[in-house]
Design a protein around this ligand. Structure first.
Ligand SMILES: Nc1ncnc2c1ncn2[C@@H]1O[C@H](COP(=O)(O)OP(=O)(O)OP(=O)(O)O)[C@@H](O)[C@H]1O
Length: 544
């Protein structure tokens, strides 16, 4: 609620940050204003300028504009086929986005107005300038959809010449709540987070209170670089790359789930040379570090697997139909408050592989490095391929590493069964989720605790509202780096942990709980430094 209010307030800020940011990405000679935006721009831009200039064989230091790059590296005008090829690719991406919107509209019985003229026009604005002219002039037999052409042409000619924002419909935000260019004008604490093949991502703070991620096309990234090498048109290469962000935003808007990163808004602005450059504003997460995850307590790793299964369950039954994440590497996910969320949706697909039931070898071969699966071909589609691909990827990238390792012994058989069944694809996602939810139930309710009849070896003295300073020892896997802090279901469990550690002489049950409701307990080597601490209960081992 608070966050929403902040976002609404942020929407009214009237200075311009990202507009000039994007301008500078293209125009190095642009006058710098000494604000945070400029820092982001120049960091990003310097990298990009060097790479683009290298590609275009320009002298670095020479003023570089998109036009200059094009002039230096554009194929000869007779080579229109290459330009046409690039424009066809842009066209394919546009059509893919429009298909998602159409699917959503078809799905929604309430008549989703995803085809509102403004939105459609914005997508059309991302078409390369002159696309239709080129197609018409060079190939009258063009078999493109004439209806779409009819709709696009006026939009191209109407292209806004200045920065602007448009809103997408969302169940969670109404248009007034979406963030736009105004909101990101005066961001602070800008920090480069990372980049992949296409996009560069920055962390920023809006209104000194809301942390967000800003995603834009990385002009120095592989996508732009390869495209520039091949086609030489900065503007059209930008259009092609930017459709990945548009697709991602469209999917973020249409696939609403707690484990899909939330789209807060976006900003379109013209740069001097490139029209309607796009910046997505999304929820901020922290990149997933697999090595680090292996060192975190099982409960946290289980949470990630459960988040993933809930996400895959939603994707298998999404309003757009079964969605598969073609690129499933852990870097496509981030953590937000311990929950796993997918961030990179540009490689998501709703298309289920078409097949011929009589084809030999089968069209429905799902290949992975360690093993293959052949699926049934039913009604011209590989049965459940999107769901199965996700599930197997979840097994190979996440479950095998995160699920069984250091789990409570009583849960191991169940967890092993989950790992084996997903590895063999014997369960579908619904069944997999049922089993993971069952594990959660057992864990939350302490039903994983064994040997409850076992008598405790020592007596413990209870000290209310007391904690112990220092006197730490390390244990694994601890919530605290330089001490032994573990989560327990009950006092009984805390005692049995203490008795199983040779160094343990006392422990303090804190008032902090984990996401499952377990309490955090600090285990100690002694109790000579007791201090008052409201809500904390210390137990001292008798005879220590
Ligand atoms: N919302 C976010 N919060 C924190 N980090 C993020 C966020 N979104 C992306 N990142 C980081 O930025 C990197 C690049 O983002 P993203 O994956 O969207 O770019 P990409 O060009 O599509 O990458 P790829 O080549 O993997 O497809 C990610 O690997 C991730 O570590």
């Amino acid at each position: 609620m608070k966050r929403r209010k902040i976002m609404v307030a942020a929407g009214f800020c009237l200075s311009f940050f990202i507009g000039t940011l994007m301008n500078l990405l293209f125009i190095p000679g642009f006058e710098h204003h000494q604000n945070h935006g400029d820092r982001l721009r120049s960091h990003h831009h310097n990298r990009q300028q060097k790479r683009i200039a290298d590609n275009a064989q320009l002298h670095v230091g020479e003023p570089l504009t998109a036009a200059a790059v094009e002039a230096n590296s554009r194929p000869s005008s007779s080579d229109w086929r290459q330009q046409r090829e690039l424009q066809m690719q842009i066209r394919e991406r546009l059509e893919e986005v429009l298909r998602y919107r159409q699917r959503q509209a078809q799905w929604s019985a309430t008549g989703d107005d995803a085809f509102r003229p403004l939105e459609r026009r914005r997508l059309m604005d991302l078409e390369p300038a002159g696309y239709w002219e080129l197609n018409n002039a060079n190939d009258r037999r063009d078999n493109l959809d004439t209806e779409a052409q009819h709709k696009i042409s006026p939009a191209v000619s109407n292209a806004a010449k200045t920065r602007n924002v448009f809103w997408m419909k969302s169940d969670r935000f109404n248009s007034a709540q979406m963030l736009g260019c105004n909101s990101i004008d005066n961001v602070t604490n800008i920090q480069y987070l990372g980049s992949g093949y296409t996009k560069a991502v920055y962390k920023a703070t809006i209104n000194s209170s809301l942390s967000v991620a800003l995603k834009s096309v990385d002009f120095g990234g592989h996508d732009m670089e390869n495209c520039m090498k091949k086609y030489g048109s900065a503007e059209n290469c930008y259009r092609l790359a930017s459709f990945k962000i548009v697709k991602e935003m469209t999917l973020m808007e249409q696939l609403q789930h707690p484990n899909i990163l939330q789209l807060y808004g976006y900003c379109y602005q013209d740069s001097n040379d490139i029209r309607a450059t796009v910046t997505a504003i999304t929820e901020l997460g922290s990149p997933l570090e697999m090595i680090q995850l292996l060192q975190t307590p099982w409960e946290e790793r289980f949470r990630i697997c459960l988040s993933l299964v809930r996400l895959l369950h939603y994707l298998a039954h999404s309003p757009l139909g079964p969605v598969t994440l073609l690129d499933f590497r852990p870097r496509q996910f981030v953590l937000v408050g311990g929950e796993l969320k997918v961030t990179d949706l540009d490689d998501a697909s709703v298309e289920e592989t078409p097949c011929d039931p009589h084809a030999v070898p089968s069209d429905c071969l799902m290949e992975f490095p360690a093993r293959n699966f052949t699926l049934l071909c039913i009604r011209g589609r590989c049965q459940g391929i999107n769901e199965k691909r996700n599930l197997y990827n979840a097994y190979r990238f996440f479950f095998t590493y995160l699920l069984p390792h250091s789990a409570p012994p009583a849960l191991r058989p169940l967890l092993d069964k989950i790992v084996n069944s997903t590895g063999e694809l014997t369960w579908d996602i619904d069944e997999t989720q049922v089993h993971l939810e069952k594990v959660l139930h057992l864990y939350k309710n302490g039903l994983y605790l064994q040997n409850t009849s076992q008598t405790q070896a020592s007596e413990y003295k209870r000290l209310a509202d007391t904690s112990i300073s220092g006197e730490n020892y390390r244990c694994w896997p601890s919530y605290q780096h330089d001490g032994c802090t573990l989560s327990v279901f009950s006092l009984h469990e805390a005692i049995s942990v203490c008795e199983s550690h040779a160094q343990c002489r006392a422990f303090s049950i804190t008032n902090q709980t984990t996401w499952t409701g377990h309490q955090l307990v600090q285990f100690k080597t002694g109790f000579s430094h007791l201090s008052p601490s409201k809500g904390c209960v210390t137990y001292v081992r008798a005879g220590s």
